[in-house]
Design a protein around this ligand. Structure first.
Ligand code: HEC
Ligand code: HEC
Ligand code: HEC
Length: 396
């Protein structure tokens, strides 16, 4: 007991366990095709944590939505600034972190629930991401500053000692299936690249692929995460069962992944990622693959409902909550993206409505859902008034 208490005490004071860092040699030629593939991949894989709408760059942000109990998580600045960003990282260092989870500078493991790792990502895709991060794209233009460092909790440190470890760096280049093999490519997207299966299976602890497929609950929903309001969410059942996606069309799947709306036009709650730049071919591949997995009867319980507190008479607030704006902006207009700049960025209601109807008109990678056809024309006046109130209240 005493020893255990001492060990826990030590862990609380010490940092995460460290490892020896192998050297990875890699050169990456920045061809135009590679850079555009790289941006596409970064928009789907890294944007959701590392992008800050206020700077328009991958300058990092505080992750309010967290896996319960792992600490205060902050995605760092990935711009080319050498001091505040990753401007002086070598391609080999980036490859090591992305493949194995081992942080080449701090020598500790970045645990897979905190940031995914991609041991089976195709070599071309890995190189495309690295080329993009070193390019002169505005997303990675040097930016000074960024969030404070991540602080891991005692729970994270204990789990890092007993159940997590870095993966070995692959000895041979990893080859991805061809885009033409629809189901195989879909499997690659679901398991290896976008890792839908990590969130949508079991407890999200990222077992090996064979184990995942044989687990009996593959893709049947589960992993628990906090949303930006601290409410616990469970990921949906994606198998072709009536409690899963059996009755979904590929157009419905596209609408959930790209536009951000599920059945009945209900907004899909963050941190389920949105993929505004996902191609139709990619949706088709995911859809084709999901139809081949074993159906599992598992009705994922609905997450606890939000309390609709506040005066009934306040129509604007009611609309804001009932459409689910607070799932990303919080009740007070901050969280994933804060609304404090809205009065300056969108000074007239006409501009605000145009933005809400199609945020991707100005920024094709915007993860703000496209509300056209969801919010009724006569709802906008009150909703805009509420957004402007929040913007004024939450000015930086
Ligand atoms: C789920 C959120 C999440 C996603 C998705 C994510 N990251 Fe991270 N990333 C983090 C967090 C949190 C840290 C900080 C970990 C730490 O300090 O231990 C981090 C750290 C890093 C670092 C180390 C930077 C430094 O200065 O210490 C790099 C490089 C990085 N991420 C690159 C990427 C790339 C490239 C992608 C996409 C391919 C990506 N990340 C996707 C959350 C994420
Ligand atoms: C970071 C974890 C995470 C990842 C990665 C993820 N999901 Fe989800 N997903 C969730 C959560 C949490 C929910 C539940 C959202 C809710 O309750 O509103 C969800 C819900 C869904 C829904 C149900 C939408 C609805 O309204 O019923 C679909 C479909 C879905 N995800 C598909 C996918 C696919 C396909 C991928 C990979 C391309 C994926 N998800 C990747 C966490 C994730
Ligand atoms: C899935 C998450 C999500 C939901 C749900 C969401 N937003 Fe957003 N919103 C964002 C993000 C992220 C941004 C930051 C800009 C971007 O990425 O395009 C944003 C930006 C905005 C802005 C612009 C702020 C500025 O300074 O320019 C306004 C206004 C806004 N949202 C209003 C709303 C309203 C009103 C609702 C509900 C009807 C809503 N949002 C629902 C994610 C979301």
């Amino acid at each position: 007991m005493l020893l255990a208490a001492i060990a826990v005490g030590l862990l609380a004071v010490l940092g995460m366990p460290t490892y020896e860092v192998p050297t990875v040699k890699l050169e990456v030629e920045p061809t135009p095709a590679r850079l555009s593939r790289g941006k596409h991949l970064v928009s789907m894989l890294c944007h959701r944590c590392h992008y800050d709408g206020r700077t328009g760059r991958l300058s990092g942000r505080a992750l309010e939505e967290t896996i319960t109990g792992l600490g205060t998580l902050r995605a760092p600045n990935l711009t080319r600034d050498a001091e505040h960003g990753i401007g002086d990282w070598t391609p080999g260092e980036l490859a090591l972190l992305l493949r194995t989870g081992l942080h080449p500078r701090r020598e500790h493991l970045v645990p897979p629930p905190v940031m995914p790792r991609w041991p089976r990502m195709g070599e071309d895709d890995l190189r495309a991401i690295i080329a993009f991060l070193r390019s002169d794209d505005p997303w990675v233009a040097p930016h000074e500053g960024g969030p404070e460092a991540t602080r891991y909790s005692l729970v994270a440190k204990i789990r890092a000692l007993v159940s997590w470890s870095p993966l070995p760096y692959p000895r041979e280049p990893v080859e991805a299936p061809s885009r033409e093999e629809l189901e195989a490519y879909g499997e690659y997207l679901v398991d290896d690249l976008l890792q839908c299966s990590a969130c949508h299976t079991g407890d999200g602890s990222e077992p090996e692929r064979a184990e995942l497929h044989d687990s009996g609950d593959y893709l049947s929903g589960g992993a628990v995460t906090n949303d930006v309001n601290g409410v616990v969410l469970r990921a949906a059942n994606l198998t072709p069962h009536s409690t899963g996606l059996r009755d979904w069309t590929s157009e419905q799947l596209r609408r959930a992944l790209v536009d951000g709306f599920g059945a009945d036009d209900a907004v899909v709650r963050w941190p389920m990622p949105r993929y505004p730049a996902m191609e139709v071919h990619e949706v088709e591949a995911i859809y084709a693959y999901l139809q081949t997995v074993s159906p599992v009867d598992d009705a994922v319980e609905p997450s606890p409902p939000y309390k609709m507190v506040g005066r009934k008479a306040d129509g604007g607030r009611h609309l804001y909550m009932s459409h689910g704006c607070h799932y990303c902006h919080g009740e007070g207009g901050r969280a994933l993206a804060d609304l404090s700049g809205a009065n300056e960025d969108l000074p007239t209601d006409e501009e605000l409505v145009a933005f809400l109807e199609d945020p991707r008109r100005d920024d094709p990678f915007s993860i703000m859902p496209r509300w056209e056809g969801v919010i009724a024309a006569d709802e906008y006046a009150e909703l805009c008034a509420h957004v402007r109130r929040l913007a004024a209240q939450s000015s930086p």
